[in-house]
Design a protein around this ligand. Structure first.
Ligand code: F6P
Ligand code: MN
Length: 338
């Protein structure tokens, strides 16, 4: 019989002094994910598909499930008594915990429903979360309180709603995976010591944006596409699921590199993905699994955000590949500076 999430957290508390308040927060996140998973499973039967008829702060159309998942996350996390502020992809500013509920020492950032374009076609989607220590514990947090680098994260993870619902978690001591047992509603530990090989033979990037990419990205992808006959001397396979959660999950299971580079479409947006609730938690998972994660120019985890919904370029997965494409950026920048 596998260990439940609760038993795993109790073990971490006794072996590694995991803060019970942080444990409680993770349990609340897992409860939220379980509820979202049930909604996703029922789809049209629960009336959760389609547009909500509103836009989020990023100017993206909100799906009904984006809004429902956000409400579920906010409710569960606020009630946990472990946070003093919440940042969500779906809400402009930091959300405070309702007055009647206790405040805690942590801050949480989340993307309640990642991969929204997959909702209505019954393809994998997920929720992503990142936990930071509050500079002013138990005091109502403002936007500025969140502006610290991802190195400060004390926990991060995601839940994927695919053929199985899986919760993937790190406290900075490796990566563990739990699978939701649909008969009992319990998350059970199914994989410990998740690791990503340094080498890769699979890549993920949205090639429809190729004409907008910067030169080092064009160079790197051209070399991958040349396969055996090119400088890399081997063939590479390609995948694109259009849900970061699912791409990261594939890499944690069978390796590879995932990229969402910055491009020349809109220079005010350095990339598509958001730092605080997409790039940072995935970067922490990757580094803890022996992989790497950069913006092409620096480790994602070292970026200090200027605003809570900041965007960033993302290269993550197999360390050798991430280092190679990061080196190409370094070379191009040095040549330009001459
Ligand atoms: O949250 C943004 C996101 O949906 C990611 O999950 C995904 O990797 C990416 O956008 C897909 O982008 P595109 O629409 O360009 O394929
Ligand atoms: Mn997302």
């Amino acid at each position: 019989m596998s260990m439940s999430l609760h038993q795993y957290l109790a073990r971490e508390e006794s072996l590694h002094d995991l803060d019970p308040v942080l444990s409680r927060l993770i349990v609340s996140v897992s409860e939220a994910c379980k509820e979202i998973s049930f909604k996703v499973r029922n789809g049209a039967l629960a009336g959760v598909l389609g547009l909500a008829g509103t836009e989020n702060v990023q100017g993206e159309d909100q799906k009904k499930l984006d809004v429902i998942s956000n409400d579920i996350f906010v409710d569960a996390v606020a009630r946990s008594g472990s946070v003093c502020g919440m940042v969500s992809e779906e809400i402009d500013h930091v959300m405070s915990v309702p007055e009647e509920l206790p405040l805690g020492p942590y801050l949480i950032c989340f993307d309640p429903l990642d991969g929204s374009s997959n909702i209505d076609i019954n393809v994998s989607i997920g929720s992503i979360f990142s936990v930071l220590p509050a500079v002013r514990p138990k005091r109502v947090a403002a936007d500025e309180d969140f502006l610290m680098s991802g190195r400060n994260q004390v926990a991060a993870g995601y839940c994927m709603y695919g053929p199985q619902t899986q919760l993937v978690l790190t406290f900075g001591r490796g990566v563990v995976m739990f699978t939701l047992d649909p008969t009992t509603g319990t998350f059970l530990l199914t994989q410990e010591n998740v690791s990503v090989a340094r080498e890769a033979k699979e890549f993920a990037i949205n090639c429809s944006n190729m004409r907008h990419w910067e030169a080092p990205v064009k160079r790197y992808i051209a070399e991958l596409l040349e396969g055996k006959t090119g400088v890399r001397g081997k063939d590479f396979n390609m995948r694109w699921i259009a849900a970061m959660v699912a791409e990261v999950h594939r890499i944690l299971q069978r390796g590879g590199i995932f990229m969402y580079p910055r491009d020349h479409r809109d220079l005010s947006k350095p990339g598509k993905l958001r730092l605080m609730y997409e790039a940072n938690p995935m970067a922490m998972l990757m580094e803890n699994a022996g992989g790497a994660a950069t913006t092409g120019r620096m480790p994602i985890l070292d970026v200090v955000p200027q605003k809570i919904h900041e965007r960033v370029a993302v290269f993550l997965g197999a360390a050798d590949e991430v280092e190679l494409v990061t080196g190409y950026h370094r070379e191009a920048d040095a040549a330009e500076a001459k």
